[in-house]
Ligand binder design. Sequence first.
Ligand SMILES: [Fe+2]
Length: 170
Amino acid sequence: MTSSSAIRDILVAGLHNTHALEMEALQIMNRQVERLQNYPELEQALRAHIHETEQQRQRLEEAMSELQTSPSTIKQAIFGLMGNVAAVAHTPAKDEILKNMFANHAFENYEVAAYKALIVMAEAAGYSKITGFQQSLREEEAMAQKMKDMVEPITRKYISLEQRETTASH
Ligand SMILES: [Fe+2]
């Protein structure tokens, strides 16, 4: 194996992993948006990011077809299964909103790291169209920051909603 084909393989693996990650992201976000009537700021942020994520997924698929590799369906199936099992096992707790916020915060930062690595791999492989991945990275960084900024206001809102409910039932 020549070193350039080894580098290409690293990039191909990176594209597959990032693609599977975006599929997982879409599942996680789609599951949440339906249950956020009390938290419109978060619902709006997630809906906007679902739209961005569809484009990020497209960028990855374009790179894959250019490198003549297609999204790994096996990996997708495994991720999908885990997502669904988690959804069934999780009876929504009262503080589900908080756990979702922590998970969103972690997930977006994970994606930031994944795109930083992917850009380095693409550069090393001499892949020409990295501006799309740089765009995806900026979107993930913006979403990570947004999630970070929402932790405190969402927690305050959760407390006040719980208080109101407790008062109303007494
Ligand atoms: Fe994201």
